[in-house]
Design a protein around this ligand. Structure first.
Ligand code: FES
Length: 111
């Protein structure tokens, strides 16, 4: 079952920035691109745990602030020669509000 959590207005997230949502499964970084697309990923780089929410957003990718690995925010996959995967979450905007799909968070918490 899909459960969407209203995490606030899109305008609360700066363009090419992120906001962190704390969940029972850890922090989720919700990114807004320059063209107002939104993506949600675990706020933990699979390399050495860097905070992706503090990374640099460019296009639909984010560069980790610690060692500059680049992740596709749509798939969570590391780009280039690096190998790694960040968990992604379904997120959408409705009537200017950002809605985060928490079904995976709730499922993992129950497991
Ligand atoms: S911790 Fe993210 S690239 Fe190293």
């Amino acid at each position: 079952m899909t459960r969407y959590l209203d995490i606030g207005p899109l305008d609360d997230i700066p363009r090419e920035g992120a906001r962190v949502v704390k969940t029972a499964m850890g922090c989720v970084a919700v990114f807004r691109t320059a063209t107002d697309a939104v993506f949600a990923l675990d706020d933990r780089c699979p390399h050495k745990g860097g905070p992706l929410s503090e990374g640099i957003v460019h296009g639909t990718s984010v560069t980790c602030p610690l060692h500059a690995w680049v992740f596709d925010m749509g798939t969570g996959a590391a780009q280039g020669a690096d190998e790694g995967q960040v968990a992604t979450y379904d997120v959408r905007v409705e009537a200017g509000r950002v809605l985060l799909d928490t079904s995976r968070i709730l499922r993992e918490r129950a497991a």
